[in-house]
Design a protein around this ligand. Structure first.
Ligand code: ZN
Length: 98
């Protein structure tokens, strides 16, 4: 990653960074499929609170995100908008701890 060019503008991510994240998320889906994760299995995503596919979901510590929310989180993290998954999920956990 080229981060020392001195031209990082705020919260922007480059097209290349976004593509790399989306590619990584596609790989996670393929790996889950290869590992035999039930394509019909669902879980409640911590971010969007919807019953989403377990296949392709990502576990950050004890927080599980659906593939779409994980993609958005990775983009937010690389842009510096959030640092942790708990922050991204909405501060419910953070407030009780600090
Ligand atoms: Zn989600």
């Amino acid at each position: 990653m080229a981060i020392d060019r001195g031209e990082r503008s705020g919260f922007e991510v480059t097209e290349g960074q976004r593509e790399a994240i989306e590619e990584a998320m596609r790989i996670i889906i393929e790996e889950d499929r290869d590992r035999g994760i039930d394509p019909l299995a669902r879980f409640r995503c911590e971010r969007c609170r919807r019953p989403e596919h377990l296949l392709g979901s990502v576990l950050y510590g004890d927080i599980r995100l659906c593939n779409l929310c994980a993609t958005t989180f990775e983009v937010a993290r690389i842009s510096g908008r959030v640092r942790t998954c708990a922050q991204y999920v909405g501060g419910r956990r953070i407030r009780t701890m600090s």
